[in-house]
Every structure is written in structure tokens, then in C-alpha cells.
Design a protein around this ligand. Structure first.
Ligand code: NAP
Length: 254
């Protein structure tokens, strides 16, 4: 056990991991982030719309000696966001990880409903969570929004997804500036191609995704996303706010 988040309480929104039929399926980012925070001593509030999935994460948190609370709620629902934030006592960190992609690709393949559903989870939810959590945070508190390389350059071929992830960077910058007055930081982690159940599902839908040449020669793991998230939540990152940190094996270079 490390001690970088000792005494912290971290709310992880989207702490589950998309169910997978594969027996050796990798973990999703939210699950890895929850476990990695617990390994550094944090209490973790595991919030997800999928109860079974959130409970699996909570039990993995307990397996590494951590304390976990489960909240079953939907981040696209305002009351659901309030339940998530209310479940966390002495909150010090918030990770907004839940993310979806909707539509068949391209402008013509994206309906207004696809757009609204994507933005509701990927951008409106994080805004609502930030609005509710900000008054509860004090000096040393921090937000980490899990964005995407697709928010920095064309990526998913889903315009709603790309736009939502670009919007998240704008939201985080605002949160960083507003939070600075009370010593609260906000940053975005922008993963590239990460081998998670969601990543594998995306590759099944668009096989060229799996053939993308990444400069470091492989996809990333959720544990690599989690390590950066823990760093940004911790006091080691005490002078970092308003930034976007890519975790992409160099994909953003090409
Ligand atoms: P994941 O395993 O599907 O994890 C996301 C979790 O959030 C799931 O448990 C999901 O539940 C939950 N969730 C979805 N919608 C929700 C809602 N409305 N309310 C509450 N919880 C909700 O996916 P992941 O691959 O780890 O991705 C996590 C984040 O990383 C996303 O924001 C994604 O955009 C970002 N990202 C991933 C990659 C990649 O290559 N994997 C790359 C760049 C960025 P359900 O299973 O019920 O949907």
C-alpha cells in the first residue's frame, strides 16, 4: 500500500467496467482508477449506473485493503448526480470517468438523440457533478475528468463523442480557474487507445481502430490511465491545474 492518497475520499463516477464475455477481459479505466486510489490509501465512492459492476469494483477495492461505498445512479440524471456527491463524506477528489459513444459514425450517422445522449453523459453529467462537488472541496481537493485524445484531434469518427471530449477540456479549464480561489485543482486525462472492454467493443465496431499504428507499439492499459489519475489527485501534482495530460503512447504525435 502506498500513502499518496491517505486521508482522501475519492468519488469515481463510472467506477464499473463494461461487462465482457471474455474470461481474460481487461479492466476498464474506472475500475482501475478505483483500485489504484485505494492502493494509495483513499476511501473510494464507487458510483455507476450498473450495480453489479460497481459492486465488483468495490470488492476489488476491499481486496487491496481499501474502504468502498457503492452508489447506483445515472450521471445523465441530475438527481443521480446529487446522489453520487451526497454519498461521499469528506470529499477530496472527484474523477468523472463515465463516457459513452453513440451513433453510427459521421454527421449523417448521428441523430439528434445520439448527440443528446452522448453529451448528457460525457459533458452535462461532469458539469453537474462539478457544480455539486465544488462547494464541498477545500484546499488540496481536485477534479480529474477522463477525456480522450479524440477531444484534442479527430479520433472516434463519432462527432458527438469527439465534441463532448473537447468540451470536457473547456469545462475543466473553467473548473480549474474557479476552483483556484479555494485551492482546488482540475485536470483532464486524455487516453488514446486503451485496451478496456469498451475499447475492444469499439474495435469490433470499427476494426481499423485495432490496426492503428501507435508510436509506442501497443495499446495502453487502464492501469496506465489510473496511475496518471492518482498522480493528478495527489499532492505531488499540487501545482498542476487546468492542463490536459495525454496517455496515448505517442498517438497524438502522428
Ligand atoms: P467502461 O469500461 O465502459 O467504463 C465506463 C463505466 O461508466 C461503465 O461501468 C459504464 O457502465 C459507466 N457508465 C456509462 N454511462 C453511465 C452513466 N450514464 N451513469 C453512470 N455510469 C455510467 O469504459 P472505459 O473504456 O473504461 O472508458 C472509461 C472512460 O475512458 C470513458 O470516459 C471513455 O470515453 C474514456 N476513454 C476510453 C478509451 C479507450 O480506448 N478505452 C480511450 C479514450 C477515452 P455501463 O457498462 O453500464 O455502460
Amino acid at each position: 500500500m502506498g500513502e499518496r492518497l491517505l486521508g482522501h475520499t475519492v468519488l469515481v463516477v463510472g467506477a464499473g467496467s463494461m461487462p465482457s464475455p471474455e474470461p481474460d477481459a481487461p479492466v476498464g479505466n474506472g475500475r482501475a482508477i478505483s483500485v489504484a486510489c485505494a492502493r494509495e490509501g483513499a476511501r473510494v465512492v464507487c458510483a455507476d449506473r450498473d450495480e453489479t459492476s460497481a459492486r465488483v469494483t468495490a470488492s476489488l477495492v476491499r481486496d487491496v485493503g481499501g474502504e468502498a461505498t457503492v452508489v447506483v445512479a445515472d450521471v445523465s440524471d441530475e438527481d443521480g448526480c446529487a446522489e453520487m456527491v451526497a454519498a461521499a463524506r469528506d470529499l477530496t477528489g472527484v474523477v468523472c470517468n463515465a463516457g459513452i459513444g453513440r451513433g453510427a459514425g459521421g454527421l449523417i450517422g448521428t441523430s439528434a438523440d445520439d448527440w443528446d445522449a452522448t453529451l448528457a453523459v460525457n459533458l452535462r453529467g461532469p458539469f453537474l457533478i462539478a457544480r455539486l462537488a465544488m462547494p464541498l472541496l477545500t484546499v488540496g481537493g481536485s477534479f480529474v475528468f477522463i477525456g480522450s485524445l479524440a477531444g484534442l484531434q479527430p479520433g472516434s469518427r463519432l462527432p458527438a463523442y469527439d465534441a463532448s471530449k473537447a468540451g470536457l477540456i473547456g469545462l475543466s479549464r473553467h473548473v480549474a480557474l474557479e476552483g483556484a480561489r479555494q485551492g482546488v485543482r482540475s485536470n483532464v486525462v486524455a487516453p488514446g487507445l486503451i485496451d478496456t472492454p469498451l475499447g475492444r467493443a469499439a474495435t469490433r465496431g470499427r476494426p481499423t481502430r485495432g490496426r492503428t499504428l501507435v508510436p509506442l507499439g501497443r495499446q495502453g492499459t487502464a492501469w496506465e490511465v489510473a496511475a496518471v489519475t492518482v498522480f493528478l489527485l495527489s499532492d505531488e501534482a499540487s501545482y498542476i491545474t487546468g492542463t490536459t495530460l495525454s496517455v496515448d503512447g505517442g498517438l497524438g504525435l502522428i
